[in-house]
Design a protein around this ligand. Structure first.
Ligand code: PLP
Length: 487
């Protein structure tokens, strides 16, 4: 089975007791997809809880449906925006889910919960004696440390030393231990090495939740992110023929998995995987350092269903940094207002983190590449929001000078209106196979996966189909666990 659901009754009993003591109940996939199913008891608790509070009731806010309120919010429609054409410069409509309204401001809180919850309810993780280790280049360790705190267990966050100061500052408030590894965004090998070292030193005292290989991460996005997008498409009445593309960068390959769900419903949709042009692993088997925090780590994640990916979009990190300034500096916003971007749309610019800007650029490239028209739709994801990166504004000002209205006009023209179809590759069968084959070097040579399983990922048509069949099983285990807590 791709997800370990083998039960360990003694540890399950301990975990149940611990959750009972701390007043913790666990949401199911069903509830994350459709939070109207959440009980009134939980809802009344949430009325007094802030979105970022370390309170176990916030586990029920792991959904795209949170009311956008700092405190006391319940559930409403899916959080999404339509990015105006004055910004995208495309004929096609570009829609994006907004991750800002997850607890602690990042969608990764979902993927980490999906990794932790099955381990907790099956007893594959002992919350009272083991530490949960969250290796990450971006928000995964943020979500992981936060969820661990909600569930009252100890955590270790591992992330590269060059990640933004905001991340380190906040992590200090929730993580048991923080380990900074050498390098920047794309130095994942160093993170894996640190995991091996910890394994040798601490053995059974830790459980490593490795997002790049854990199918729970895939499954959360397949089910929860996928369902949220489908809901929006239905609500807006988009015709099947107009659901044209899904664009998502790949960090761990989790968010991309929503595309697999969409393709099951809309077989004509194209799935585009984004990465940084400065680290063009998918485009050119390349490597390098870049500034789009959270994505593109010089390898192909184990959970990336490469055979289902139709396009690679390599995005220049300078465009992302320039647009981040355009969206956040006063002169940038004033310029956008002067060319007709509405006040509401300007307010929405705060929903874009740097990788969200990269995703928007991937969506623009796909819309232009496939010559989409006014009724066509590309969906993408804003994984976190601008608040995560404000220190970068000061750094950019020091490096590049003040951001004036003239700069704003240049960035709008060059990085948005003239974003082209360069560094965009439509994948043929053997392009996909080339990318899939890259997994060998990371996963079989270095990380102990088998040659046989690598081949199954490519040749066995049922391999990826097994995953959504596990959702109900996991929900049943969570229901059982909650019932024990309530006894
Ligand atoms: C800011 C940000 N954007 C994008 C991603 C990529 O998402 P995924 O890991 O699901 O591919 C991450 C992952 O951590 C992230 O932190």
């Amino acid at each position: 089975m791709l997800i370990n659901l083998e039960k360990h009754p003694d540890i399950i009993r301990k975990n149940v007791e611990r959750c009972r003591e701390k007043g913790i109940l666990l949401p199911t996939f069903r509830e994350m997809i459709n939070p109207s199913l959440v009980s009134d008891e939980i809802k009344s608790k949430l009325r007094n809880v802030g979105l970022w509070d370390v309170n176990p009731a916030n586990l029920y806010r792991i959904t795209w449906h949170n009311e956008p309120k700092e405190k006391g919010g319940l559930f409403a429609g899916v959080n999404f925006i339509e990015i105006p054409r004055e910004i995208t410069g495309t004929k096609a409509r570009i829609l994006a889910l907004a991750g800002k309204f997850f607890p602690c401001g990042v969608h990764k809180v979902g993927a980490t919960y999906a990794c932790l919850a099955p381990a907790l309810v099956t007893g594959n993780f002992d919350a009272s004696s083991q530490q949960a280790v969250w290796p990450s280049t971006g928000n995964y360790c943020r979500g992981g440390a936060y969820n661990s705190a909600l569930l009252g267990c100890d955590s270790i966050a591992i992330l590269p030393e060059d990640m933004s100061q905001e991340r380190f500052n906040w992590l200090k408030t929730v993580a048991g231990e923080i380990i900074a590894t050498p390098g920047c965004e794309s130095n994942v090998k160093e993170i894996f090495d640190k995991c091996h070292e910890l394994n040798e030193q601490r053995g059974n005292h830790i459980v490593i939740f490795n997002q790049f290989e854990q199918f729970e991460n895939y499954l959360w996005h397949y089910e929860v992110t996928g369902a949220a997008i489908l809901e929006v498409l239905k609500e807006l009445g988009i015709k099947e023929e107009n659901v044209r593309a899904y664009a998502s960068s790949t960090g761990s390959g989790g968010t991309l998995a929503a595309g697999d769900h969409l393709k099951n419903v809309y077989p004509g949709i194209k799935i585009g995987a984004g990465e940084a042009l400065q680290c063009p692993t998918l485009l050119r088997n390349g490597f390098g350092a870049h500034r789009i925090e959270g994505i593109g780590d010089k390898h192909v994640p184990w959970i990336h269903n490469v055979k289902n990916t139709d396009m690679v979009l390599s995005i220049d990190d300078q465009d992302c940094m320039d647009i981040y300034r355009l969206f956040n500096e006063e002169d940038g916003k004033e310029y956008l207002s002067s060319i007709g971007v509405s006040d509401k749309d300007i307010e929405n610019l705060a929903l874009f983190g740097i990788s969200g800007i990269g995703n928007m650029l991937s969506a623009i490239k796909m819309a232009k590449f496939y010559e989409m028209d006014e009724d066509d739709v590309v969906f993408t994801i804003l994984t976190d929001s601008s608040v995560m990166y404000t220190s970068r504004l000061k750094e950019l000002e020091e490096q590049q000078g003040r951001f004036s209205k003239t700069e704003a006009a240049k960035v709008h023209a060059a990085a948005l209106m003239h974003q082209g179809i360069d560094n965009a590759l439509e994948l043929g069968y053997y392009d996909r196979l080339r990318i899939h084959n890259l997994k060998y070097y990371t996963w079989v040579e270095q990380q102990g996966k088998t040659y046989e399983e690598l081949n199954r990922q490519w040749y066995d048509r049922n391999y990826w189909k097994e995953l959504p069949q596990l959702t109900e099983k996991i929900d049943a285990l969570i229901d059982e666990f909650n019932a024990e807590i309530r006894k």
